[in-house]
Design a protein around this ligand. Structure first.
Ligand code: PGA
Length: 252
């Protein structure tokens, strides 16, 4: 079965109600092929507004983070129940900004993935190496260290419901993209790492590339064998550019 192709928009702490309006009015009219999903991940406060405006079955709503707790005295956090109530069906977990700025650990990220799955949300698990780690040829080791705690926590079978985004930290927001060949090589490593645990599951997992994806480079990146779409930051805030990236995933 062909893998699900996904273009996920990570708005980060950007966007406003005007962007909710323009993005939905432009994207709602596009006829996407069945194997493509577009997932828009705004700030929590815009989930409800987006949810009300999405009118296209291929467009889904996602959050940028989730608490690993069900409810309680966790000021500033957002629970799985709340995301479900807002009609979110995806959640980005372990983005490099959450890891480096907010100190999220591999263990905490694994617990968030488990909690999201237990509540019917599809995690978009982010992994990726820093520039120094790439230079020191530690990429494979770093990715393994980020993946293993999640495999230990949820079991490899649960990866049938997980999306993985490979985002080299040095390519995020920098304009430096991994070459399609480099990205493919790393995606292949990730799939093979999963395959050591379960080949069938590994074959079905959608692997997204993220890091300075734009209208000009998306088509070649998405054409790689093990790249099933992208996690798009800056370019997902520009409607025309984002539409081109979405169409690159459709192979058109
Ligand atoms: P970028 O961000 O496309 O702006 O590099 C990607 C991301 O951080 O998810």
């Amino acid at each position: 079965m062909p893998r699900q192709r996904i273009i996920a928009a990570n708005w980060k702490m950007n966007g406003n109600l005007a962007l909710v309006d323009t993005m939905t009015s432009e994207l709602n009219n596009i006829k996407f092929s069945d194997d493509v999903k577009v997932v828009i991940c705004p700030s929590f406060v815009y989930l409800s507004a987006l949810s009300a405006k999405i009118a296209n079955n291929n467009i889904k709503l996602g959050a940028q983070n989730i608490s690993e707790h069900a409810s309680g005295a966790y000021t500033g956090e957002v629970s799985a129940d709340m995301l479900n109530e807002m009609s979110a069906s995806y959640v980005i977990i372990g983005h490099s900004e959450r890891r480096s700025i907010f100190g999220e650990t591999d263990k905490q990220i694994a617990l968030k993935v488990k909690f999201a799955l237990a509540n019917g949300l599809t995690p978009i698990l982010c992994i990726g190496e820093s520039e120094a780690e790439r230079v020191e040829e530690k990429t494979d080791a770093v990715l393994s260290q980020q993946l293993q705690p999640v495999i230990d926590e949820i079991g490899i079978e649960s990866f049938k419901d997980v999306v993985i985004a490979y985002e080299p930290v040095w390519a995020i927001g920098t304009g430096k993209t991994a070459s399609p060949e480099m990205a493919q090589e790393t995606h292949q490593f990730i799939r093979q790492f999963l395959a050591k645990n379960n080949a069938e599951i590994a074959e079905g997992v959608s692997l997204l590339y993220g890091g300075s994806v734009n209208a000009a480079n998306s088509k070649e990146l998405f054409a790689q064998t093990d790249i099933d779409g992208g996690l798009i930051g800056g370019a997902s805030l520009k409607v025309d550019e984002f539409k081109i990236i979405c169409s690159a995933a459709q192979g058109s």
